[in-house]
Design a protein around this ligand. Sequence first.
Ligand code: KIV
Length: 247
Amino acid sequence: MTALDNLLMSYKEGITLSCVTAYDASIAKYLETQGVNIILVGDSLGQVIQGDKSTHNVSFEEIIYHAKCVASGTNRSTVMVDLPKNTYNTKLRALKNSKKLINNNLADLIKVEVDSDNLDIVKHLIQKNIPVCGHLGLLPQSIKRRSGFRKYGKNKREASLIYNNAILLDTMGVKIILLECVEATLARRIANTCCCPVIGIGSGLGLDGQVAVIYDLLGISFNKITSLTKKNEKAINKVIQAFIKKN
Ligand code: KIV
């Protein structure tokens, strides 16, 4: 059985899935030993690793590099890898890059940000047997202004667009749907309707799983973060401060 088969079986058994980002072997190995279900090599590395303001400048070569690091730290987790901006804007490019990751054992699942304009590309990947995770809601690769960082699906038009795209993705055969910053009631409705697991970040509880960026969990992110992160920040601060005082 593959790691992805195992993951989907866990979902069928009713286990709430966890998905945490990793960009290097040590964190990936640590997350695996902790029993995290999905390790995500996210293009959030543009922000948390490279210190950029967005994910827009992450290249495919950089994703490959970090996916290699993560692959060398894991052996049984499901590894999901983002295709960065502009690396899947044609069917040909999307397939070529997905194959590079899958055939070299760097990914079990390929994550792409989906809107109504690229559903045909997602369909093409699925028809070519690429296991896909469709990312809906807040799509960091398309955001041009800070005002783009908001909750999605609060008005009727946007809600039905996200809902309909989720149903289409599910029908096409995506393995997972990831909802980012989707209004909680809508997100739950999507999770209750879709056959595939629906996991979320900033999209409320009661879904099939939750997603987190590791640096947010550790409290060392410069994003606007939650009270949970603040608490974690204090814990990690204590470790660093104790080390400084020892010297
Ligand atoms: O790149 C990433 O880390 C992501 C998560 C925020 C879902 O896509």
